[in-house]
Design a protein around this ligand. Sequence first.
Ligand SMILES: Cc1cc2nc3c(=O)[nH]c(=O)nc-3n(C[C@H](O)[C@H](O)[C@H](O)COP(=O)(O)O)c2cc1C
Length: 131
Amino acid sequence: MATDGELVLEGVVVTGDHRGRELGFPTANVELPAGTVLPPDGVYGGWFERSDGSCFVAAISVGTRPTYYREGGGRLLEAYLLDFDGDLYGERVRVGVGPLVRGQARFEDSEELTDQMRRDVEAVRAAAERG
Ligand SMILES: Cc1cc2nc3c(=O)[nH]c(=O)nc-3n(C[C@H](O)[C@H](O)[C@H](O)COP(=O)(O)O)c2cc1C
């Protein structure tokens, strides 16, 4: 699924704050090897390959989650997999980071964030359907 020049990162899915499930957007938090250079903070379209080789379109968030952490939130890469429901903890996965959808923002509350996440996911879905 990788295309020329695309950033592909490999890591292990670790437990997050479990807020994602409450928000209706459970994410896989991917722990990357120390020293991995992340792309700039923001929301990206991309893909997510499980250890069994199955692949999903994903909305990827890179950043410190400023809606919840004013400072000190570590920089994370998390992926929301479209059309997936299941447990990914402990899996070694590959993530392909595609085009930037928007920068990371701080929202007033969880509802504003989830409204935006819904739009992000639809933008990623539409781009994937265009191919
Ligand atoms: C598509 C997408 C966009 C996101 N955009 C933002 C954002 O702009 N600002 C922010 O604070 N967090 C953003 N997040 C991260 C959420 O805050 C995070 O997924 C949520 O708090 C759940 O965290 P957890 O997996 O550690 O429980 C985004 C996550 C996704 C999947």
